[in-house]
Design a protein around this ligand. Sequence first.
Ligand SMILES: [Zn+2]
Length: 382
Amino acid sequence: MIELNDFDKEEAYQLLRQLVAIRSYPGEEAAAQQACAAWLAQYNIASTMQPTRNGQPNVIARIENGPGPTLMLNGHMDTVLRAEGWLHDPWQGWREGDIFYGLGAADMKCGVAANMLVARTLAHNKQAWRGTLIFTSVTDEEAYSHGARALVDGTPNGITADACLVSEPLSNGGAIGAAGKMLVQVDVTGKAAHGFLPWQGINAGIEAARFAAGVCNAVPELKHPQVPSSQTVLSIHAGSEQYVITLPEKARVLLTRQIVPGETREAVLGKMQAFANSLQSPAQFAFSNPDPYYAPWAFDEPNHALTQAFQAAYQAEYGNAPNLHYMLGISDANVFRGEAGIPSIVHGPHGDNFHQCQEWVDLASIPAFCRVALGVALRFLQ
Ligand SMILES: [Zn+2]
């Protein structure tokens, strides 16, 4: 019998350790996902493996409990690549008191393990709620979010949900929005000529540099009261690698820009095109927007049932109201809310050193987060 609110730190630790031990860089999540599905099956929770564009499967477990709302608990199984400087094997990990070190321990196998425990509790206490709980463990969040996109794209086995809790290791309050990001590629075409006779050609390198030097001032970031954003030129390439006295005919500028809620990539590209036109350059400028692209997201709705369920569950666990804020980084909530429109909040266990060596999670924060997630589910699924 699995009691409501009976979350055990040592069980969470064992489960987390098992997931951390299976290397799961983007593009090689399958083994860890199979371990997740096998654990669920042990508790009679059926799941499906959904193919995604990076060749690795999402795990989706739908726990249906009659008519009612649908809540998704989401996490990603992939980790970033191993950084230099780990003191011990990052997949074996090690424990000091309640601190567990390991690659993906915080970002975010702790959140996936917690969601597994919460899903098990809900599956075995159907008298306490109604509707549908969807547990999802996705691939590729640290790269292109192919996992999250497969979930909401609808083919095959795509899902819809009334609300989503993403258990990234953001323990202090809840995130209700973030900037998105886009890459802008500018291909500049001039005209080749002998390098001693530059007036006979059009130097694509110089024209690209004129654009690169002015674009950030000419097309400033859209200001949002809560969401900081920035942009910068990442690279400028012109001419050939090999030494030749030829005017560069082609050049390419790559620029990254964070986009805030209310801004679209079409608008950004349009303004940059207008700036290029204003240069009255003899060269041609062609704009494109290669992957990865993430829409900005915002879920600033105090009266929504998800917000209220989260506030009440958070208050009950931590004794104070959550600070609902806009987060700095990109997450799959950019896909769920920014692209698919699903009301989403990001909140999870407590850890740090993401994307560096000695990444850690506070094991005691895992059962605490489980109680919050369960509290959200029991309030929202009514
Ligand atoms: Zn993450």
